[in-house]
Ligand binder design. Structure first.
Ligand code: URA
Length: 235
């Protein structure tokens, strides 16, 4: 692998930044300073930056607070920007995708990764991974109507609803184990309510970090990645 690519993967920096590090003479390979950005790092060769040894990370796992007005897909759609804009500078060299969609007018937790198997398991209904949302409705909801949610079928299939709990007059906490298109909006629409605001606050055992503002992100800790993988039996 080219040295600039290797550094960009290991340090989550752009190729440009990696090239600068190399040109500034801050990078050693096999104990010798290398200033050629296209130097080919061979298997087993030790790369050091300012005396610290590196290993490129295999996969990355990120939690991002998607703001409203952003797509949760990476395709370029002229009308709206993609969540990837928040990550492009750091992770431009990786093919990242979101594990689960979130509508453009919704906000909240995206788990972003280049781990395809984890993504598949977090999103496939078979694995029954919970997704938790806070919903704001156009009107106050009665306990009776809330109960009706449990019997709703969409496309003739029952919605995999775990829990719907009233938080205040028109706010509801809802937990589902599936992610069909517009599922929360259609669920409430089926009982005569309109979803005004939708925020995802949890996927499986990962909660949206309260310290993150819309548009901010952080990598999942090793501990969080482990427990997430355990949840879907990848560990
Ligand atoms: N349900 C919806 O209606 N929209 C989302 O973005 C997620 C779940």
């Amino acid at each position: 692998m080219r040295l600039d690519k290797y550094l960009s993967k290991a340090l989550h920096i752009s190729r440009k930044e990696a090239k600068e590090l190399i040109r500034e003479g801050r990078v050693k390979v096999g104990g010798k300073t290398v200033r050629e950005t296209d130097y080919r790092v061979k298997e087993g060769e030790e790369v050091e930056v300012e005396g610290k040894s590196l290993k490129p990370k295999e996969k990355v796992y990120i939690m991002l607070y998607k703001p409203k007005g952003y797509l949760s897909t990476t395709e370029r759609e002229a009308k709206y920007p993609s969540f990837i804009e928040f990550l492009a500078e750091h992770f431009g060299h990786r093919k990242l995708f979101s594990a689960g969609r979130l509508d453009v007018d919704a906000e909240g937790l995206l788990i972003v990764t280049d781990d395809g198997e984890l993504t598949h398991r977090l999103t496939h209904p078979k694995w029954k991974v919970e997704k938790e949302y806070i919903v704001e409705l156009d009107q106050s909801i009665s306990a009776e109507d809330l109960k009706k949610l449990y019997g709703i079928k969409l496309e003739k299939k029952p919605v995999q609803l775990v829990k719907a709990e009233k938080l205040s007059d028109n706010r509801v906490n809802i937990i589902l184990t599936e992610g069909r298109y517009h599922i929360v909006k259609r669920l409430f629409s089926a009982i005569g309510y309109t979803v005004k605001e939708l925020k995802r606050v949890r996927i499986g055992n990962i909660k949206l970090d309260e310290n993150l503002e819309p548009g901010e992100w952080r990598e999942l800790t090793e501990e969080e990645v482990k427990k997430l993988k355990k949840l879907v039996r990848l560990l």
